[in-house]
Design a protein around this ligand. Sequence first.
Ligand code: NAD
Length: 486
Amino acid sequence: MTLLPESADMITLAASYVAGKWGGGTGEQFAVTSPATGERIGAVGAAGAGDVDAAVAAAGTALVSSPWRDFSPAERAAALSRLADALTARKGELADLMTAEIGSPRKWSTFGQVLTAVGALRAYAAITPDYPFESTRPSATGGTVTVSQLPVGVVGAIIPWNTPLFIAALKLGPALSAGCTVVLKPSPDAPLSIGVLTKAIEEAGLPDGVVNLVNGGTATGAALMSHPAVDKISFTGSTTVGAQIAAACGSQIRRCSTELGGKSAAIVLPDAALESTVSGLVGGVMGNNGQLCAALTRIILPHSRYDEFTTALTTAVAGLSVGDPADRSTDIGPLINESARDRVEGFLQRARGEGATILTGGECLTGPGWFVTPAVVAATNDMEIAREEVFGPVAVVITYDDAQGDSAAVSIANDSKYGLVGAVWSADGDRAAAVASRLRVGSVAVNSTAVLDFGSPFGGFKQSGIGREGGPEGIAGFVEYQAVIR
Ligand code: NAD
């Protein structure tokens, strides 16, 4: 993290929000820079271990004290609705901010970054009043047993930079629905939108201490993750960090859920319509400049139509406009920072070395900003570019022998260490749904890129993580079951 001079004139944010008060910090600040220009746009206080202690203590107090302890499910749902309303009122401000701090194209950021978060909160507001937090049934020994789903406790919510508001909402929704309290830890690359979320939490009138915030990087996250009074860590980020967090939580029997990386497949069946499928594929892989966990980065094409689809996809990708993300005609903005740009460049170089063909794009533009032109790469599924998460605007096309039937495509799609999402395109919806059910992934879209439904569980198989957020199933990760037997 870069340290800033004290006189820096830009958006400033305190190190922490604890028990309803902004403040804290070690005295150090870190810079938030525009990925499009490299200019500093924000200065954020760095929270130290003492701030994490205070935030966890505030969350612990709010958990067991009135008024939050006594909120009914309907009252918790009303609080979630008020938070969704407060975010909606700040929709334009938030979309502008995430275009500035993340480089999300402005024409995408209202829906992709803001309305997704609002949708997740509203879905939980709808689910919560009727969720079976308590049920009574005959016991196996002849009496009755009341099974309660009690809040798991204080939740440490660790958030990545790419879709920070939505990921925060996917954690706040089920956590608050269940009656938990939360300490949020955003990424130092995108803390400003979570600062606005925290202001919306104030405006929504949540009791003090129910949601707290600590800003900082790895050290702050590690202090939160290892704090003895945190009952559960809900982590979203890279598979590498997720593995470290899961191991550390495991050693302390601390509850932990992980939403991690992906290398998701889009299967095109031989009868798919060309134009609508290609248009869907472009959005599915290039959204947020290719920096989405659920990006459909492996496009699996039937041999009988490979040339036709590859040509149309390459033409469409080559036609995307690259540039200032604030310009509403821009399709592709910058990558988040220099190391992300260098990482994508390295993947493309190694792909060439392995024999892949770059059909279009893949050029690093000279600065300012960290721009890579959107690429289509013809590869085979054993190459690194088809196996690792690139996290940039890179579509990999892979062919399957459709004379062998749909199973040939399913085998390639499932041949991955990841299993987050998938998509299947076909003129026959039932055929596509049958293929979808054979994918070892958490959610699959049929004839669209809508791999995520706000009221449904979201999460991964294999190294894409453990646990689900979203929908009633997402609440299960934020409760402990208690049986009272009479
Ligand atoms: P990251 O793993 O580098 O960081 C994620 C968060 O963890 C940040 O807040 C970071 O400060 C914190 N952190 C880093 N090291 C830590 C440690 N040792 N202890 C505690 N906290 C630590 O990920 P990123 O670069 O911010 O995000 C991109 C990744 O997130 C991609 O791999 C993407 O696929 C993934 N992602 C997954 C989902 C999903 O739902 N599956 C959603 C969005 C992003």
